[in-house]
Design a protein around this ligand. Sequence first.
Ligand SMILES: Nc1ncnc2c1ncn2[C@@H]1O[C@H](COP(=O)(O)OP(=O)(O)OP(=O)(O)O)[C@@H](O)[C@H]1O
Ligand SMILES: [Mg+2]
Length: 310
Amino acid sequence: MAVTQGTPAIVLSGLSKSYGAVHAVRGVDLSISHGETVAILGPNGAGKTTTIDMMLGLARPDAGRVTLFGRTPADAVSAGAIGGMLQTGTLLRDLSVRELIGMVASLYPNPLSIDDVLSITAIDEVADRRTHKLSGGQAQRVRFAMALVSNPNLLVLDEPTAALDVSSRRDFWTVMRRSAASGKTVVFATHYLEEADAYADRIVFMTRGRVVADGPATEIKAKVGHRSIRATLEGPGAEELGALRGVVGVDRRGASIVLRCQDSDQALRDLLARYPNVRDIEVTGAGLEDAFIELTGDPAEEDTSSEARA
Ligand SMILES: Nc1ncnc2c1ncn2[C@@H]1O[C@H](COP(=O)(O)OP(=O)(O)OP(=O)(O)O)[C@@H](O)[C@H]1O
Ligand SMILES: [Mg+2]
């Protein structure tokens, strides 16, 4: 399908959906440009899957609109412009992996070569195995292959690495990087904060059906993030340390100190000047984990209040 530069890849406007009394998605507005890699993060029940299902035209919004490359999801999907990988869903049984990928390829106008896709997704070794005899991680890779084979401009992936072991996860992201580098737009939902941090240009945080933050990982970290200085230092009390310039909070446990800093460079200079015997110094940025908790509330609380895990 011809892709007009300038038209965003994805536009969600005022998107809402309820399941009975559950407001799964409440007024989401989002515009994603060509070539962006965007992670959707959020606790269980935040509305990530519901949003993705609406993007792929699998669920109907109660209100609002989805536009993919200026078209409806149904049109964009049937043109082969979109590759989707769902969080759940079984593979067709009684077909080999190769047959299944071949069948999907035959539905689209410009598919990739089946052998290439089998090799990119590292399932060539199980290509002749029946789909119901695959391990969880292998089945996951087959689902990824199904998303790739139509050679889509946009990949939409719901927790693509959920069942993968560490090395498969790394391989998966290598393939994704290549796809993103070749100009594809990628949207993925994940619970792995480090994954979003490492692979996404942009992070969209959702909680309770709403987008609560949207920006580059670094910006989101900066929003909530203070850096911390950890060190070993006997002597000065919390009050004395708290008086150092740039320090906003002090935590002392035995000889270990943690200084929460609003200006860690200044704090470090003062700390070294005042206490030359300070040692084991480490400066750490705020992790996405901190951002996550700060922006979405306590995820543990969300888990139990949602019925997503019933
Ligand atoms: N088919 C459905 N029927 C009823 N309620 C649903 C249905 N699908 C989702 N929900 C509810 O909508 C809310 C959002 O669910 P959704 O699956 O979009 O969340 P999620 O962010 O993908 O969560 P997870 O991280 O657990 O995958 C949840 O409260 C969930 O229980
Ligand atoms: Mg989900």
